[in-house]
Design a protein around this ligand. Structure first.
Ligand code: FRU
Length: 436
């Protein structure tokens, strides 16, 4: 599908229509199954369906018929999927908009076979009805081995609710997390996930992540995470309640979800590569929206405790053609390693000003998207933001795919995902000097 310049070659996009959050990520056998928020009939957010695709390698995608469609005015909002002894179980939010701008949201269960097809809604639906109008959505279900129970995470506004179940149908409320922790704005938290990770030395901890629907440091949506302990009932943050940790420091990494997998392999997640501020206006034609590359998750112990590390899975990374800085041109999907000394920047797509700048004193990293959209700019897209109090040279690798830019720094400890809509997507990255 290369019908338009900003259709990525490797990242998952819908054949046509709208895409937002990844949903129901589940690995069964060798196959990675991906659903996504989808409107097949328009390129903007509308009556939400679940689109469906699968892959063995995150490069070649097979598209399948739509898995879930609205019924009786109830839309299919985000959720998750798990493999059980009795097939694959899918949980999603039945959503209805009410007069006066309110919303009604219930959690429903759908049965599927191990090919992840033949979807049948459970007669007991909704298995977890809401108590009234308001945010009550995005069920992420997983097995908690020590207690032998299923856990469901939901967003209930600016906090996460945790439920447990022995049979996937009857759910018991356990606890909430987050009302006074981490970053809050005037918008809800969305799409929670909770996964146990480890350091290379074998130390383990749980990572809880949530999408923050607006007000992230760069503007609009962002994904924050907490490191802590989870006993099957309650999540306890190991860090200060005031601290906010961001899984990605770019505009375009949202609603991240980890794959449910029974094979004991590494945790892997994907996110929606866009931002609610301008997601409905990006300049594609037949489709709108893409998922990020998958990233393998782990932890690293630093001076401030445990922090999230993300890496591209190796078969995918090594399949990307390697481009050297200063090459005249490059394939639109490629990777390029770089080192930025203080006072240097990384220029992408032939832009006059660099998109990534290591400040002259080497203490701040600036992301600049002022020139990243050739034809026009939606509000909230252009601009610059500072990333961290770094120091010295910055080593990293940039992954490009027709305007999707994913930058990995600090050996996976810092990521920046940014969409670009340049005149040409085949100009190789180069390093430029900045003036003091
Ligand atoms: C996050 C989100 C979810 C919701 C879905 C609707 O981007 O707002 O909270 O379920 O998108 O499409």
């Amino acid at each position: 599908m290369t019908d338009e310049p900003f259709r990525p070659a490797l990242h998952l996009t819908p054949p046509k229509g709208w895409m937002n959050d990844p949903n129901g990520l589940v690995k069964v056998g060798d196959t990675w199954h991906v659903f996504y928020q989808h409107d097949p009939d328009s390129t903007t957010h509308g009556p939400m369906h679940w689109g469906r695709a699968s892959t063995l390698d995150f490069m070649d995608w097979t598209h399948h018929p739509i898995a879930l469609a609205p019924e009786g005015g109830w839309m299919c909002y985000s959720g998750s999927a798990i493999e059980t002894d009795d097939g694959v179980k899918v949980f999603f939010t039945d959503h209805k908009s009410l007069p006066g701008g309110q919303e009604r949201q219930n959690q429903s269960l759908v049965h599927a076979d191990l090919e992840v097809g033949n979807f049948v809604r459970d007669p007991a639906n909704p298995v977890l009805p809401s108590h009234g109008p308001g945010v009550f959505r995005d069920p992420k279900v997983f097995r908690h081995a020590p207690t032998g129970r299923w856990i469901m995470l939901l967003t209930t506004g600016q906090q996460i609710a945790i439920y447990s179940s022995a049979n996937l149908v009857d759910w018991t409320f356990e606890s909430t997390f987050g009302a006074t922790e981490g970053f809050h704005s005037d918008a809800p938290w969305e799409c929670p996930d909770l996964v146990e990770l480890s350091t290379p030395e074998g130390e383990t901890a749980w990572m809880l992540c949530v999408g923050v629907a607006s007000g992230a440091p760069w503007g609009g949506t962002g994904t924050q995470y907490f490191i802590g302990d989870f006993d099957g009932r309650r999540f306890v943050n190991r860090n200060s309640a005031d601290a906010a940790h961001w899984a990605d420091w770019g505009h375009d990494f949202y609603a991240a979800q980890s794959f449910s997998r029974c094979d004991g392999g590494d945790a892997v997640w994907m996110a929606w590569a866009s931002n609610w501020v301008y997601a409905r206006q990006t300049p594609t034609r037949a489709f709108r929206g893409a998922l990020t590359h998958p990233r393998i998750l782990s932890l690293r112990k630093g001076q401030d405790g445990l922090r999230l590390v993300q890496r591209l899975p190796d078969p995918l990374r090594s399949a990307l053609p390697e481009v050297s800085l200063g090459d005249v041109s490059c394939p639109p999907a490629c990777r390029c390693a770089f080192t930025l000394a203080p006072g240097e920047g990384l220029s992408l797509f032939g832009a006059a000003t660099p998109q990534l700048q290591n400040s002259v004193d080497g203490r701040r990293l600036i992301v600049n998207r002022r020139e990243a959209w050739a034809e026009g700019v939606a509000p909230g897209f252009a601009g610059t933001h500072a990333v961290l109090d770094g120091e010295g040279p910055l080593r990293g690798e940039v992954y490009l795919d027709h305007g999707i830019v994913e930058i990995c720094l600090e050996d996976g400890g810092l990521w920046i995902t940014e969409l670009s809509f340049p005149e040409r997507v085949d100009v190789a990255p180069r390093i430029v000097g900045l003036r003091g």
